[in-house]
Every structure is written in C-alpha cells, then in structure tokens.
Design a protein around this ligand. Structure first.
Ligand SMILES: [Zn+2]
Length: 295
C-alpha cells in the first residue's frame, strides 16, 4: 500500500510581483494531486479515461493557484480556487460519476486560511469589491470559491455553460449571472479569440478550449511591455508545452492540441510569462518575471 506524503504546506503560499501599473498576486488555495495519466497523455486518445483510472502513479502535490491582478480599473481574479467542501468528496453535490472521480482519481488538500477571501483580506484587498472574475473552467479546484467573492462581472466560456464534464454545477452561486464568452474572431497577438475586459486593453479574456469546451484564459499586456498569460488548465506546465503533449484529462484532444499550437505560436512571437494553475515553476517564473519562449 502506498503512503501518501503530506502536502508541502511550508512552501510559499502568496507571491506578489509588479509589472508597470499591474500588481499580480499568486495565491494558493491548497494542493491537488492526480494520476500521471491525468496530467500527461501517453495512450491513444480514446483510451485516455481508462488510462487514468488504471494508473497507480500519483503526481506530486501541485499548488492550486488563483491569480489576483490589481489593475487601475479594479481587481481581477483568475480562478477563485477551492473552498471547504471541495476537498471532501463525501459532501460533493454532483452526479455519481463526478463524485466518484473526485473521490478516487483526485487528492485535494485544503486549509481554511487558504481560502481566497481570507488571502485577499490579508493583502488589504476587499473580496466583495472585485471588478471581474475569470472562471477558466468549472472544476471544483478552480471555481468553487466564487461563492465567497462579490464581483461585477464573472466570465465563463459559453461552451462551459451550464455544465461541462466534471463541473461542480451545484456549487455555483445561484445569484451570479455569468458573462458568457464566445468566439469573437478578434485576436490578441496569436490567440484567435479575445474579449477585452479593461478599457485600456491591458487585460483580455481569451478562449483556450480543449480541457473543457469553453476553457478561458486571461492575457495581460502590462505597460512595462511584459506579457502574461494566465492559462488555467489549458496546459499544466511549460515543459508540457515544450513537449507538445496534451493532458490525459481533456474533453477534446483535438481542441487541446490546437490550443497547444496557439500557445506555442504566442510564445514564439511574443515571449510571455506563462502561468498555469498547478505548476510550481510558474511561481518561480512570476517571481523572476521570466519570459517563456517557444520550444
Ligand atoms: Zn480542470
């Protein structure tokens, strides 16, 4: 029987970095571990789900990262992260298949002080006065803590609404009406579809489908010239992008590959700080303002 190592709670859980007039905070809301076959596809596409279930190898504990951006027009949040009941599969309010997956195919670790509203308050930011929340997709470790924020706008991919595979639909705060993001044909750099969310054009939501049908990301063009791409689960790591290998967990392998190619083109044409949700090295890159280049 394998012994599960404890999560590395001692690692830094808050990181703040300025880029011109933008201040970017990486905030951790606990850890997640999944099967290796969930993170990296190594079988033919049609076998991706059985491969996850049969895999006995668990990844290391990965941070669940929310990004909070202070912009002159207000505060923006990319993925609120998890809350108290996300990590407890016995309390999940969802269909049986989803509950089974969360219970047996994921490990989540959480401490109350890691919830995003508490993290924001500790930084002097008001969780009830948020300008925009970008829910990259509706998996519990990304979307659940939306219920502890108050935001003028909540952006969700139209194709992820009202549900997608594994979405914790019942955890959505009923009073929140999302702004649904569709393909616009308006590119941001190399990314085909974008919607600006600030009047100055510094922040735009982009479509990065594959992991979920309407998966979103956020791009920032800071006034010091730095580009940042908050990628959610569109790619799990820069190494994965360099290797050209998609994750095992994705609703559309074809779309996930197309998104990888888009990200590769983006990094080639416009070196960008790539910031996925679960990559420890993303924290190091953010700290250093290190640009990610194409392979
Ligand atoms: Zn996900």
């Amino acid at each position: 029987m394998s012994v599960v190592p404890p999560p590395p709670w001692h690692e830094r859980a808050v990181l703040t970095r300025r880029f011109g007039s933008l201040t970017v905070h990486a905030l951790r809301s606990g850890f997640v571990s999944c099967k290796e076959a969930h993170r990296t596809l190594s079988v033919p596409d049609v076998l991706r789900l059985p491969a996850i279930v049969l895999d006995r190898r668990w990844t290391e504990w990965m941070p669940i990262t929310s990004y909070v951006i202070e912009h002159p027009e207000g505060v923006f949040v990319v993925d609120p992260g998890q809350r108290e009941d996300t990590h407890d599969a016995s309390k999940l309010d969802c269909d049986e298949g989803t509950r089974w997956f969360y219970r047996h195919q994921l490990r989540l670790a959480f401490r109350a002080e890691e919830r995003i509203d508490r993290r924001m308050q500790a930084l002097g930011l008001d969780p009830e006065r948020v300008r925009g929340v970008i829910v990259t997709h509706r998996h519990g470790d990304h979307a659940d803590a939306l219920s502890v924020l108050r935001s003028e706008h909540v952006y969700v991919g139209a194709a992820d609404w009202p549900a997608h595979q594994g979405a914790l639909v019942a955890h959505w705060p009923p009073a929140v009406v999302p702004t649904l993001v569709r393909a616009t044909g308006r590119p941001f750099d190399e990314i085909p579809d974008s919607v600006p969310v600030t009047a100055d054009g510094q922040l735009s939501v982009v479509l990065l489908s594959g992991h979920s049908p309407g998966h979103l990301g956020l791009v920032a063009r800071a006034d010091d010239g730095t580009r940042l791409l908050f990628a959610g689960d569109a790619v799990f790591s820069l190494a994965q992008l360099h290797g050209g290998v998609i994750a095992g967990i994705c609703e559309s392998p074809r779309d996930a590959r197309a998104t990888l190619r888009v990200l590769e083109r983006q990094l080639r044409a416009h070196p960008t700080v790539l910031l996925p949700a679960h990559e420890r090295d993303a924290w190091t890159r953010l700290d250093a303002g290190r640009l990610s280049h194409a392979p």
